[in-house]
Design a protein around this ligand. Structure first.
Ligand SMILES: NC(=O)c1ccc[n+]([C@@H]2O[C@H](COP(=O)([O-])OP(=O)(O)OC[C@H]3O[C@@H](n4cnc5c(N)ncnc54)[C@H](O)[C@@H]3O)[C@@H](O)[C@H]2O)c1
Length: 246
């Protein structure tokens, strides 16, 4: 039996990048994945995984859509074992140039969307004796990088919400943890200018960027029953980038 066999897992942002790689890894290890995205790309997972995946159109900014996503998981499969709030993106801007409409567009996904997923997952998990919540932040939650202040603020908010979920609902069997990726090669990464790419690479002791599958492996461990005492943690996966002072 694989460690994820029989688990019912919802993943937001499942159409691309880390969400997609995680949905794929979970399906291949025996989980049933409710794959949510706004793009429609999550539907492609059905060709690969058939009945192991249920693709759903969901805009995480809309609380009613997130509530419906989780209600569908419960009505179709009887429960929700894990909620993975992956959907998110960054919009760079120096603080004095910040466009507050862009701020709202970003934080509505990166923070509000994660709050929606966390809140409704907790509600669904309590009657079932617990579950696992995994929220995607970023190493940007730990410190500052020029141009990424508003993104950092959103991701620091994700850390705060997740730690709160961990302490408020530990007694009902819910574990909540944060995955904080460094630079991972995804479509978002493709937009990074070449000079910044070289600069970023130099800041990573391992001398390379991360792969989506490496993050999916961490998620699999955190959701599995091998991690039953692990909650309230914020785990960097960054090739030792945030470990070094200079
Ligand atoms: N790639 C990196 O280097 C990196 C580093 C640190 C943190 N992160 C974070 O990790 C997460 C995943 O990043 P990625 O690079 O894999 O992303 P990605 O851009 O490859 O994929 C993100 C997915 O989220 C979906 N999405 C966007 N808005 C949505 C919405 N409103 N509702 C539902 N789905 C929506 C997109 O359609 C897309 O399929 C994000 O939260 C991101 O901020 C990424």
């Amino acid at each position: 039996m694989d460690e994820l066999t029989g688990k019912i897992v919802a993943v937001t942002g499942a159409g691309a990048g880390m969400g997609r790689a995680t949905a794929q890894l979970f399906c291949s290890r025996g989980a049933t994945v409710i794959a949510a995205d706004i793009s429609g790309a999550q539907n492609e997972l059905s060709k690969e995984f058939g009945a192991s995946v249920l693709p759903i159109d969901c805009d995480v900014r809309d609380e009613a859509q997130v509530e419906a996503l989780i209600a569908t998981a419960v009505s179709r499969f009887g429960r929700l074992d894990a909620m993975l709030n992956v959907a998110g993106f960054g919009v760079p801007a120096m603080l004095a140039d910040a466009d507050m409409a862009e701020y709202e567009r970003m934080l509505d996904v990166d923070l509000r969307g994660v709050i929606h997923g966390t809140k409704h997952a907790i509600r669904a998990m309590i009657p079932n004796g617990g579950g696992v919540i995994l929220n995607w932040a970023s190493v940007a939650a730990f410190g500052a990088t020029r141009n990424w202040g508003l993104y950092s603020a959103g991701k620091a908010g994700v850390v705060a919400i997740t730690k709160t979920a961990a302490i408020e609902y530990a007694s009902v069997g819910i574990r909540a943890n944060v995955i904080a990726p460094g630079t991972i090669v995804t479509q978002a990464f493709a937009q990074i200018p070449r000079d910044l790419e070289t600069q970023l690479m130099a800041s990573i002791p391992m001398g390379r960027f991360g792969r989506t599958q490496e993050v999916a492996e961490l998620a699999a461990f955190l959701v599995s029953d091998r991690a039953t005492f692990l909650s309230g943690a914020v785990i960097p996966i960054d090739g030792a980038q945030t470990a070094q002072l200079a």
